[in-house]
Design a binder for this molecule. Structure first.
Ligand code: OXD
Length: 445
């Protein structure tokens, strides 16, 4: 058990399943060794073998970055637990138990998600699962925006911003893009039909007998969400020749685009900072809602006539259940739905009905209201539904650990320099130091 007598601390709390989200590059000759495996972050780039990490390996990799991680139990076992909790400056968490962060003292400046999503931190509305059960997100913490810097004096001037950060892994984005492309191809090239024929050892007299090849240039793909994942995915699909549009939740100024709120922008991809900084050949039509009009109507207009709808949005109160029967009805018949974001984006019974009625020819889902997907869920069994277990895009362990290390150093540095508060970003110097890892709490990502 860690015995930490002085200095700032980083609270570490994860759900049991945290390791499942990460892959580590390991020397396969040693992977059968005792647990935890020896993962040398310096060597990870030279190995081609990947393996699922364990929670212990994640912790070890973060500690190797110099982050003084400490679990709640270890904090409670300190000689002076109350004082130890007050020394927590940052919390690195994944689906932490409810009420945990509230135990930290006012010195807590940063809560960092050990994943790409932060909905479990910012709170998302309860949703109704396909079986009618109301699902309340595991940890609707609803982190306060600001915390008093002094327990006895909670006046505004003494309130410090509580910032939220997340992991941003470009490899994760390209993994997501590949998973989506696989789904689009599975639908476009009718792989489920062929697989069924193969099972029956029969082509003749089946639906594929007079099949034709549909070209990518005839397929319209709408990507909902134009963040790190959405951009990588749209770029890959555009390179593959699909007619790609993207739905951004708000306009963003990029170096090569003139953005007019609400106007459809045509964006070249030169600004895409994906892996290798490669410029893509295709063009992507990017739209976002005009503040003046009903965003829902505009989303419906975006979905109208698409063949494939890909969901890569953050989960916020504004996006929960955004894919419902009405939106699916806007697609061209026999369309395709792909969800790599959160289960709560999609009204699953509506998706099942659309599959039954032929409005959808295929749905590919990686995320569900309840994970792991309960055995009794009808989503296991529909013949036109392909499911994966939140496995579309794992995070690379060493990249995640380095980012946690960087954010930790930023937190300590900002505290030492007294540059935490003050400016319009609400986080002052720390917000700047966090860079791409910083979450815009209002936007929800
Ligand atoms: C993840 C996430 O990182 O879903 O896997 O947020």
């Amino acid at each position: 058990m860690a015995d930490r007598r002085e200095g700032p601390l980083a609270l570490y709390s994860t759900s049991e399943s945290v390791g499942r989200k990460f892959v580590a590059f390991v020397d396969h000759r040693r992977s059968a060794d005792a647990q935890p495996r020896q993962l040398d972050p310096q060597k990870t780039k030279t190995k081609t073998q990947t393996a699922m990490a364990t929670a212990a390996e994640l912790r070890a990799a973060i500690e190797a970055q110099g982050v003084p991680l400490i679990t709640p139990d270890e904090l409670d076992a300190q000689p002076n637990p109350q004082e130890a909790w007050r020394r927590v400056r940052m919390a690195a968490v994944w689906k932490q138990p409810k009420g945990l962060l509230e135990r930290c003292g006012p010195g807590l400046r940063l809560v960092m998600s050990l994943g790409a999503g932060v909905d479990f931190l910012l709170g998302s509305p309860a949703v109704v699962a396909p079986d009618g059960q109301v699902v309340v997100p595991e940890t609707p913490s609803l982190l306060p925006q600001r915390r008093a810097s002094n327990d006895d004096d909670a006046n505004d001037a003494n309130h410090q911003p509580l910032l939220v950060a997340r992991i941003v892994d470009p490899h994760m984005a390209s993994r997501m893009a590949a998973w989506v492309a696989w789904g689009v191809l599975t639908w476009q090239r009718r792989m489920l039909d062929y697989a069924e024929c193969q099972r029956k050892s029969e082509w003749a007299g089946t639906s594929v007998e007079r099949g034709h090849n549909r070209d990518a240039r005839d397929v319209r793909v709408g990507v909902l969400g134009y963040g790190v994942m959405g951009r990588a995915t749209a770029a890959l699909l555009a390179r593959m020749g699909y007619r790609v549009s993207a739905w951004a939740r708000r306009g963003r100024r990029r170096s090569n685009v003139e953005e007019e709120g609400g106007e459809p922008g045509i964006e070249g991809l030169e600004d895409w900072g994906g892996e290798g900084g490669e410029a893509a050949a295709g063009r992507i039509r990017v739209r976002w809602p005009d503040a003046g009009d009903d965003a829902r109507l505009q989303l419906q207009a975006f979905a109208q006539g698409q063949d494939v709808l890909v969901v890569l949005l953050p989960l916020t109160p504004a996006t929960v259940r955004c894919v419902d029967a009405d939106l699916l009805a806007r697609l061209r018949p026999n369309g395709c739905l792909i969800n790599g974001a959160r289960g709560a984006h999609v009204d699953a019974p509506a998706a099942l009905a659309a599959l039954d009625g032929g409005q959808l020819g295929l749905a590919l889902l990686d995320v569900f209201d309840v994970e792991p997907l309960p055995k009794e869920s009808p989503l296991w069994r529909h013949p036109r539904l392909v499911i994966t277990p939140h496995a579309a895009a794992f995070t690379e362990l060493s990249a995640a650990a380095k980012q946690v290390g960087r954010c930790w150093r930023a937190t300590v540095e900002a505290a030492a320099e007294g540059v935490e508060g003050g400016d319009e970003g609400g986080g002052g110097g720390l917000a700047r130091l966090l860079g791409a890892n910083l979450v815009d709490r209002e936007a929800g990502y």
